[in-house]
Design a protein around this ligand. Structure first.
Ligand code: GLN
Ligand code: ZN
Length: 763
């Protein structure tokens, strides 16, 4: 019998119930019991939906984040929240979200304000976890209450429970030392707490525990490898069976290490790491379980079940009872239920699988393995038909697009003149002052904008009415920018709901779901567009809006686009062709838009690549390949313009140290980045590289409602000028202003413009 299981279930709810429950609680509109009851209700529902499996995960539910849950389980609370005397759940939210010193309800007044824990991306997903904090003095102590309570719930419901925890090595690896001490040195103190936790679970009669060690798919130096051996030898005596779970990539050089850990089983991602399986079969002997994640937990496509069976049947024959199957990773990264989708067309829908459908696939595969394909003949036939339809669909495969993309070459990504010769031509044309001021693109998405958009979507406002509402907003932002005396204006992006969705909606080859929500962090969810077919641009997407905005002012108006790499990285993408190819298709479409904007007289065009960095592969050895095609795609999209046209790009982060060469290779005339919170120190990477083009280091944090002072902005810019020659510096905020209110924006930008003028006067 092939055992089926699941590593984790999306916790947010098919209708984002948890999001709304959390937000109501945080606003004080509902009580803690209500929130706890909602959590219990979701867990109950999700377990019932996994009832067909041999093991369902327990402990994968979190009110905010599973890593933060683990920190609480291990008693590793940041020192700044240790004195808290309210309910532990409130303390948990204090770490997750930070609190100001006021707020009566959440103990701000008595227990003081606290800074939120740092958030960072969970491997190469778009999920963000709260980074565990360590110092040399960190001590751990077990609090198994959450896990035990959920285990009791699961038991009461008759769930075949497999508790899920984050393993000790990955837990340390994911955290950060706050005092420069070696976090690996904490392992010795940490392991007894894990042993106690496993013992506690054993005492409850738990048989298997899933212990996630995803860092096994990354490059580990000798110390970290050794930590694995040491840790699992120490946990060996636990009276539960451990299933070490890895996912998101290949084990490669860690294969031997993973295979020989003294545990009862190993789960691997058999979608991304299929090559690991043959070596593992040879290395894993005795009665060790090998769990293969054969259904892709990172994408929304149906699995080609026949192809998986062709590969899996001989393995099953060899492993027998020792084979388990599952999705490749936790299903946290996919939406819940395809059946919720009412608006996707039937054909496209027949190609997709969300979490529940993926679990059905796992069970189908197990049945086919155990009882023969004939036992599920009908289901397999339906699956094959859908797979074949997608493979041959003219909606997916467009010979014209493929031919156009095949005709792309690197030369198309090459400006005619080098930057040093372009810059004076652009300067002559644009006549900008020193320290030119600009913004990153969006202005406040006001209540009026949102209202007009929802009325338009609901059919209460016609196309013409919607356009004139958006034009009024654009006119407003142009007026405000003129009054502020900014140098390079933007139209403000009123017409854009989202910087990727806006383009996806206008490109052929994209589809949009209604309920394709995926948790990004806490209560925040994203609904990635579905890139399903060859991409083409039926008509210009932004030209009318930009032309209208430009007509309202004599100042330069910056055209505003999202770049191909960012569109790709924030979408569910095709699994039937390399990402690099989808990216080139997007690059071609954006290139056409860039050239149309130029044709319309737009002299400055910004192409945002906010998500370029997050596409970096988990293993450094693969970075170069990614960066090569990503940069080439950007270059193809941007660099077809005349040398007089100024290309800007924007990136929402500031860690450029390890990718600065690629950033320079993009050859944008101007790059704006986020730097204000790092006090400009992060410009060092540009300085050391002798980055040759212009830079706009963000001078204030747009995430905060605080108004920066003129003096502070001047001071930051002077620091910037110590690193980058002043004649190549721009003055701008860290990022777009869409989440701010107009009064804040006006006050902050007024200070910014005044600072730029003072710098000019002093120069
Ligand atoms: N142009 C976009 C804006 O200003 C850029 C946003 C981003 O980089 N995330 O909103
Ligand atoms: Zn940004």
């Amino acid at each position: 019998m092939t055992l089926t299981h699941n590593l984790g279930f999306p916790r947010i709810g098919a209708r984002r119930e948890l999001k709304f429950g959390l937000e109501a609680y945080w606003k004080g509109e509902s009580g803690r019991e209500e929130l706890q009851a909602l959590g219990a209700r979701l867990r109950r529902l999700h377990w019932s939906q996994q009832a067909g499996l041999d093991f369902a995960p327990v402990g994968d539910f979190a009110f905010y984040d599973q890593v933060l849950d683990m920190s609480f389980t291990l008693g590793n609370l940041p020192e700044r929240v240790q004195g808290f005397h309210g309910d532990p759940l409130d303390n948990y939210f204090r770490v997750a979200r930070g609190r100001s010193a006021q707020g009566g309800q959440d103990h701000g007044a008595c227990c003081g304000g606290v800074a939120a824990g740092e958030m960072t991306k969970w491997f190469d997903t778009n999920y963000h976890y709260i980074v565990p904090e360590f110092t040399a003095a960190t001590r751990f102590s077990l609090d198994a209450s959450r896990l035990l309570a959920q285990l009791a719930e699961a038991r009461a419901q008759g769930v075949k429970a497999k508790p899920v925890i984050i393993g000790p090595v990955s837990y340390l690896w994911l955290g950060k030392s706050k005092d420069g001490s070696d976090r690996l040195a904490l392992l010795e103190r940490l392991l007894p707490v894990y042993a106690e936790l496993l013992e506690t679970l054993a005492a409850q009669g738990v048989q298997w525990v899933q212990i996630d060690e995803p860092v096994l798919v990354t490059e580990l130096d000798a110390d970290w490898q050794h930590a694995f051996t040491a840790a699992y030898h120490q946990l060996k005596s636990a009276r539960v069976k451990l299933l070490v779970a890895t996912y998101f990539g290949q084990l490669l050089e860690n294969t031997y290490l993973a295979a020989t850990l003294p545990v009862a089983g190993l789960h691997i991602d058999a979608v991304r790491g299929r090559e690991d399986v043959q070596p593992l079969l040879n290395l894993m002997t005795g009665n060790k379980v090998l769990s293969l994640g054969v259904v892709d937990g990172r994408n929304i496509w149906k699995t080609d079940l026949a192809a998986v069976l062709d590969w899996l049947e001989p393995i099953a024959a060899r492993l027998g009872e020792r084979l388990w199957i599952a999705p490749s990773c936790s299903l946290l990264h996919v939406p819940v239920d395809l059946a919720s989708e009412q608006k996707l067309d039937g054909e496209l829908k027949s190609w997709l699988a969300y979490a529940l459908q993926k679990l059905d696939e796992v069970q189908l595969l197990a049945r086919a393995l155990d009882h023969g394909r004939d036992s599920v003949r009908q289901a397999l036939a339906e699956n094959s038909a859908a797979i074949a339809a997608r493979r041959h669909s003219p909606r997916v495969h467009k010979p014209a697009v493929q031919a156009a993309v095949a005709g792309l070459n690197a030369a198309l990504g090459q400006r005619k003149l080098p930057y040093a010769q372009r810059a004076p031509r652009q300067a002559a044309l644009l006549k900008l002052p020193a320290f030119p001021t600009t913004t990153i693109g969006s202005f406040p998405q006001t209540a009026e904008i949102r209202q007009a958009r929802s009325r338009y979507k609901a059919g209460e406002l016609d196309e013409a009415g919607y356009r004139s509402a958006m034009r009024a907003e654009i006119a407003r932002s142009v007026r405000e920018q003129e009054a502020l005396d900014l140098d390079v204006l933007v139209h403000g992006e009123a017409e854009r709901n989202d910087m990727v969705e806006y383009f996806g909606e206008q490109l052929d080859g994209f589809a949009f779901s209604q309920f394709g929500w995926v948790q990004s962090y806490g209560s925040r969810c994203v609904k990635p567009p579905i890139l399903f077919g060859d991409i083409s641009r039926p008509k210009p997407m932004t030209v009318d809006w930009i032309r209208f905005a430009a007509s309202l002012t004599d100042k330069p108006m910056k055209g505003m686009l999202t770049g191909p790499v960012t569109i790709l990285n924030w979408s569910f993408v095709r699994d039937d062709q390399p990402r690099s190819l989808s990216c080139r298709q997007l690059a071609l479409a954006i290139r056409q838009e860039v050239l149309d904007l130029e044709q319309a007289g737009v002299r400055i065009i910004q192409i945002d690549e906010a998500a370029l960095r997050e596409g970096l592969p988990l293993r450094k050895a693969q970075w170069k390949h990614y960066l090569d095609w990503a940069v080439e795609s950007f270059r193809i999209s941007a660099n077809g313009v005349a040398d007089e046209t100024q290309i800007h790009t924007h990136m929402c982060y500031s860690e450029f140290n390890d990718i600065i060469g690629s950033i320079a290779a993009m050859d944008a005339d101007v790059i704006t980045i986020e730097t204000s919170r790092s006090d400009m120190e992060l410009l060092d990477a540009f300085d050391q590289f002798q980055y040759p083009n212009q830079i706009g280091p963000g001078v204030y944090d747009i995430h905060s409602p605080n108004i920066p002072t003129q003096a502070h902005i001047e001071q930051l810019m002077r620091k910037a000028a110590e690193r980058i020659p002043a004649d190549r510096l721009w003055v701008n905020p860290d990022c777009g202003l869409k989440t701010r209110q107009w009064p804040e924006v006006n006050a902050a930008l007024a200070h910014m413009v005044a600072a730029a003028k003072a710098l000019r006067a002093a120069a």
